[in-house]
Design a protein around this ligand. Structure first.
Ligand SMILES: Nc1nc2c(c(=O)[nH]1)N[C@H]1C(S)=C(S)[C@@H](COP(=O)(O)OP(=O)(O)OC[C@H]3O[C@@H](n4cnc5c(=O)[nH]c(N)nc54)[C@H](O)[C@@H]3O)O[C@H]1N2
Ligand SMILES: Nc1nc2c(c(=O)[nH]1)N[C@H]1C(S)=C(S)[C@@H](COP(=O)(O)OP(=O)(O)OC[C@H]3O[C@@H](n4cnc5c(=O)[nH]c(N)nc54)[C@H](O)[C@@H]3O)O[C@H]1N2
Ligand code: SF4
Ligand SMILES: [Mo]
Length: 594
């Protein structure tokens, strides 16, 4: 029997037991508690792997592929790394970029806008421990599709009062005490409205605020600048619902589980700041059973041996065409990046594209050099996570005779180029592990705090919580830009829907099962399985209809594992945090005959 862990980009960071060629969840792991998920139980095992290194369409040996790459890379090389595997050794390739004077990326396709907002208010993004989530009385699930993306949290919130805030009636919304099915992109305004009533009804925690904040009275002035009627219309809710939510929260131990869904917008930072402000007003930081859980900073408190001072370009709107060679590692930008028509166009101008990954996809198709990687069963690594503070060692449990690990690739190219300074793989693994605390069988991040922010905010916990005092939303102007007028298919003004993004049970972003579906409300008059042309300012795709009354009439939902979805999404960069804004777009629908 051996132990290892899942390296997939997921809140849960599960531990695995490998016995007699079978994998099961580690019963002793605080979150896994014995269960894994379909992605690792079946999907990963059946996904066909890339097994042959290639150069310009010709099969070669891995050595030949590495020699070719070593000859091509220089200070005009870009490394674009995705999050197909989130374990720490992925970043060892930075050391290569450092030596050649190459470029890496800045920003995020994922949680960067929300994190920026958290840093503005709290100074540091600490992870709310599972113990506090388990001790709460009320859980507000805000833009997180927990049953799909974070299923191991469910046992921790069983039998609690649940409020869900989501434009979709998600599985958990169906059994919740309250579901606010708000208009997309209106979370900031909802949080402002709630704050206004917390002030008006004097529900705020004066004692906590006097100790940990100096500007909460100014926040009242700020929230009063928004008109209640206008807010209600934007959110698409009513005063009864606001009252009901506040009566559920009043005097209770409340945890907010905030997901990436609220911040895939230009004002994503302000959304997290406004949600944090609610928690602050109610005095929910630093106390038992209370707090705001978002995607935490998994590397917080660690010294990173792979941190480099390289040139950086945007990860959201990457100027691929400015480089002679691009290495794509652990990612699939031709499907996962917004505005993929332009991504594909720019990549088409690059002389050498190296695809270093596991599966064939839209990106591998466009690469002229293919290097098969090893998956996380086939190499040693360390797994941190943004969902909790437990850290697992990934141990090699399978041999792979065709792929190469990130460490070995780096080592081979160091040798071919005559570079020095690379330490052993063991050195780096221990470097990370030595920085964790070992408690019984588990490793814990040094950034773990039982009661985050109990002593204060900022890196040294000696600062105040900082309330938002400014709002910058040029959306109304941008709305004009978003009109898909270049598309022939638009007939009516009403044919104009929010594009909702989300994840699916059978995929991990673009890995594993693919979808060809768009989910929309039956009132729109489409039949199940009918082909529909979906258009935005950025591109068009044809998908099959899946009707559902769980979605608002003004939205369509397309999950991240749908090929072509990002032809529709904009290359807009969030106001803070340099994040992708997948939701900041409207699309139109038209029938097609195929
Ligand atoms: N099975 C599975 N699990 C995964 C992943 C996967 O692909 N598959 N991906 C992993 C990754 S990389 C990440 S980042 C996490 C993300 O997981 P989550 O944090 O759950 O984020 P999303 O799935 O993007 O969106 C969550 C919810 O936001 C809602 N939403 C969309 N727009 C809005 C809005 O404007 N306001 C509000 N309130 N809600 C909105 C959507 O309807 C959806 O229910 O999941 C991880 N876990
Ligand atoms: N429309 C829409 N787009 C989205 C999202 C959305 O919700 N909607 N979500 C966004 C989010 S949250 C994220 S995090 C991004 C993710 O987008 P990416 O970072 O591009 O990740 P994936 O699409 O999952 O691509 C993973 C690839 O990594 C490779 N891989 C897996 N493991 C390894 C390994 O160990 N080594 C190497 N070398 N390669 C490996 C596999 O070949 C796989 O194809 O997508 C974003 N894009
Ligand atoms: S994908 Fe997530 S839920 Fe599934 S095994 Fe991996 S860490 Fe656990
Ligand atoms: Mo993500």
């Amino acid at each position: 029997m051996q132990h290892t862990a899942c390296g997939l980009d997921c809140y849960d960071g599960c531990s695995i037991v490998y016995d007699n060629d079978k994998i099961t969840g580690d019963k002793l792991h605080p979150i896994t508690q014995g269960a894994l998920c379909a992605n690792i139980n079946t999907n990963i095992l059946k996904a066909p792997r890339i097994t042959t290194p290639m150069i310009n369409g010709k099969k070669v040996s891995i050595q030949e592929a590495l020699e070719y790459v070593a000859n091509k890379i220089n200070d005009k090389t870009l490394l674009w790394r995705g999050s197909g595997n989130v374990a720490v050794m992925q970043e060892v390739t930075n050391l290569l970029i450092d030596k050649i004077g190459g470029t890496i990326t800045k920003g995020s396709l994922c949680d960067g806008a929300g994190e920026a907002g958290i840093l503005e208010g709290r100074g540091v993004n600490l992870t709310l421990p599972l113990e506090q989530i388990a001790k709460s009385e009320v859980v507000v699930i805000w833009g997180r599709d927990a049953t799909v993306t974070n299923r191991h949290i469910l046992p921790f919130i069983k039998n609690k009062k649940i409020i869900v805030i989501d434009p979709i009636k998600t599985k958990i919304a169906k059994s919740a005490h309250l579901h606010i099915q708000l208009a997309p992109r209106s979370d900031f305004y909802l949080a402002i409205l709630l704050a206004r009533f917390i002030f008006m009804e004097e529900l705020y925690d004066k004692e906590w605020l006097n100790e940990f904040s100096s500007d909460y009275e100014e926040y009242y002035d700020f929230v009063r600048t928004f008109r209640i009627k206008a807010l209600l219309a934007l959110i698409d809710t009513n005063l009864d619902t606001i009252g009901e939510m506040l009566s559920i929260l009043e005097g209770k131990k409340v945890v907010f589980l905030v997901g990436a869904g609220v911040q895939r917008y230009s004002i994503g930072n302000e959304v997290l700041r406004a949600i944090d402000a609610l928690a602050a007003l109610l005095g929910l930081f630093g106390k038992e059973g209370c707090g705001v859980s978002y995607l935490g900073d998994s590397k917080l408190g660690f010294k990173n041996p792979f941190a480099i001072e390289a040139k950086r370009v945007s990860k959201v709107d990457t100027p691929f065409d400015k480089f002679d060679s691009v290495i794509i590692q652990g990612g699939n930008p031709c499907e996962s990046m917004p505005n993929t028509n332009e991504v594909i166009n720019r990549l088409g101008k690059v002389k050498d594209i190296v695809y270093f990954g596991l599966y064939e996809n839209e990106t591998s198709k466009r690469a002229n050099i293919i290097i098969p990687a090893k998956n996380f069963f086939e190499k040693d690594d360390i797994r941190l996570t943004y969902g909790h503070s437990y850290i697992s060692k990934i141990n090699k449990i399978k041999e792979c005779d065709f792929g190469i690990s990130e460490y070995d690739l780096t080592k081979e190219i160091f040798e071919l180029k005559g570079f020095d300074g690379l330490k052993s793989e063991e050195y780096y693994l221990n470097y990370w592990l030595d920085q964790c605390e070992k408690i019984g069988d588990v490793f814990l991040s040094k950034a773990y705090k039982e009661f985050p922010y109990s002593d204060g905010f900022g890196k040294d916990e000696d600062e105040d919580f900082v309330f938002l005092d400014d709002h910058d939303d040029d959306f109304i102007e941008r709305k004009k830009l978003m009109r898909p007028e270049e598309c022939k298919s638009i007939s009516k003004e009403e044919n104009y829907f929010w594009l909702l993004n989300g994840k699916s049970n059978d995929s991990l972003n673009t890995q594993f099962e693919k979808s060809d579906k768009v989910i929309l409300h039956p009132d729109l008059g489409f039949c199940d399985d009918e082909a529909v042309l979906i258009s935005s300012k950025y591109g068009e795709i044809i998908l099959r209809v899946k009707n559902s009354t769980d979605i608002r009439r003004d939205c369509v939902k397309i999950t991240a594992n749908t090929i072509g979805v990002n032809k529709l999404t904009p290359p807009i960069i969030s106001n803070e945090g340099h994040n992708a804004c997948y939701g900041e777009v409207k699309v139109s629908l038209s029938k097609v005959l195929i």
